[in-house]
Ligand binder design. Structure first.
Ligand SMILES: Cc1ncc(C[n+]2csc(CCOP(=O)(O)OP(=O)(O)O)c2C)c(N)n1
Ligand SMILES: [Mg+2]
Length: 331
C-alpha cells in the first residue's frame, strides 16, 4: 500500500491564521452550496459556475495580498469576490439580479465587480481579462506605486492568443503581476486527457521569461506560500510569476451540466474528494490539537448563518430599475 506523504507540522503560533483560512473556506463552500440550491429553485437566472472543490486556491492566494492590491478573475469568481471583501449579501444579491448586488443587479454571476475592494471582475470571455490585468500592472509601475495584481484563470485559457501575448509582454516589461492558473483538469466538458494534454503541450512549447511554480491546489498553505513568494517578487522587483495550482472542481462546469456522467466518472470524483481542501486543513489542525471539534461546529454554523442572512437579503432586495446603464465606478 502507498505510504502517506508526510506533511509539515503546523506552527502553533499561527493558529489564528490557519483558523482564518478554514473559516473563509467554510463560508465559500456553504455559499456555493446554497447558491446551487437557489439556482435549482429558479431564483438565480443566467449562468452560474460554482467553485466547490477549488476553495484552497483563491483562499490561499488572496490571503497573501494587501488590501490595495488588485484581483482579476474569470466567470467562476464568487469566491474571489467574497475573499476580497465584497460581502455575501452583495454577492448573493448580484446572483439574484437585484439592485443591492455588487454590480447593481446588472452583471449576474459572471460579472461581479467591486472597485472599492479592488476586485476587477468577473469576466465571461475565456482569457479576456489577462491583458486587463497586465494593463493594471503597467499602470502601477508607470505611477511608481508598489501594488500587485493577481489574475486567476482556468487552464483552458492557454488556448487563447491573449494568454501568450500577455505573458510575453508582462515578462518583457517586467510587470508586477501574478498569473494564477487554476488547473481543475476540465475546460467545460473537454475530456481530461485532452484538456491536460493541450495544457502541457502549450506550456512546453511556450516558455516565458518569468518565474514559474506548480503547486498542489488542494493545499491552502502550499498555495499561500507560493503566492507570497510571487507577490514579494512583484512588489520588490516588479517581476511577473506564473503559478499553476492543480485543483479539481466537484460540480459540473456550470449549473447547466451534470456533476458527472458525460466526461468523468463518479469514481474519479469520489477519489478527488478524498483530498478535500477543507477536510485536509481541519484534519491537520485537529491532529495537532489546534482545533477542538466544538470549534469546527461553531465555524460551520457561523458560515451557514451568514449565507442564510445573504439569501434573505437577496430575496428582499428590489429588482433594478429600468435604467439600462449604471456607472458602477462612481459609487
Ligand atoms: C473565448 C471564449 N471561447 C469559448 C468560451 C466558452 N467557454 C466558457 S467556459 C469554457 C471553458 C473554460 O475552461 P477553463 O479555462 O479551464 O476554466 P474552468 O471553467 O475550468 O474554471 C469555454 C470554452 C468562452 N467563454 N470564451
Ligand atoms: Mg478548467
Amino acid at each position: 500500500m502507498a505510504q502517506p506523504i508526510p506533511v509539515e507540522p503546523l506552527d502553533p503560533d499561527r493558529v489564528n491564521f490557519y483558523i482564518g483560512l478554514l473559516r473563509r473556506m467554510l463560508l465559500l463552500r456553504r455559499f456555493e452550496e446554497r447558491a446551487g440550491e437557489a439556482y435549482a429553485q429558479g431564483r438565480i437566472g443566467g449562468f452560474c459556475h460554482l467553485y466547490i472543490g477549488q476553495e484552497a486556491v483563491a483562499t490561499g492566494a488572496i490571503a497573501a495580498l494587501r488590501e490595495d492590491d488588485y484581483v482579476f478573475a474569470s466567470y467562476r469568481e464568487h469566491a474571489h469576490a467574497l475573499l476580497r471583501g465584497t460581502g455575501p449579501r452583495a454577492v448573493m444579491a448580484e446572483l439574484f439580479g437585484r439592485v443591492d448586488g455588487c454590480s447593481k443587479g446588472k452583471g449576474g454571476s459572471m460579472h461581479l465587480f467591486d472597485v472599492k475592494n479592488r476586485f476587477m471582475g468577473g469576466h465571461g470571455i475565456v482569457g479576456s481579462h489577462l491583458p486587463l490585468a497586465a494593463g493594471a500592472a503597467f499602470a502601477i509601475k508607470y505611477r511608481g506605486d508598489d501594488q500587485v495584481v493577481i489574475c486567476f484563470f482556468g487552464e483552458a485559457a492557454v488556448n487563447i492568443g491573449a494568454f501568450h501575448e500577455t505573458l510575453n509582454m508582462a515578462a518583457l516589461w517586467e510587470l508586477p503581476v501574478v498569473f494564477l492558473c487554476e488547473n481543475n483538469r476540465y475546460g467545460m466538458g473537454t475530456a481530461l486527457e485532452r484538456a491536460a494534454a493541450v495544457y502541457d503541450v502549450y506550456r512546453r512549447a511556450c516558455s516565458y521569461d518569468m518565474a514559474e511554480e506548480t503547486v498542489d491546489g488542494m493545499d491552502v498553505l502550499e498555495v499561500h506560500a507560493a503566492t507570497e513568494r510571487a507577490v514579494a517578487r512583484a512588489r520588490q522587483y516588479r517581476l511577473p510569476t506564473l503559478i499553476e495550482a492543480r485543483t479539481y472542481r466537484y460540480m459540473g462546469h456550470s449549473m447547466a451540466d451534470p456533476i458527472h456522467g458525460h466526461y468523468r466518472t463518479k469514481e474519479e470524483l469520489e477519489e478527488q474528494k478524498l483530498k478535500d481542501p477543507i477536510e485536509q486543513l481541519s484534519q491537520r489542525l485537529i491532529d495537532q490539537g489546534l482545533l477542538p471539534d466544538s470549534m469546527r461546529a461553531i465555524l460551520t454554523q457561523a458560515a451557514e448563518d451568514e449565507v442564510q442572512d445573504a439569501l434573505t437579503f437577496a430575496d428582499e432586495s428590489p429588482d433594478p430599475t429600468d435604467q439600462l446603464y449604471t456607472d458602477v465606478y462612481r459609487d
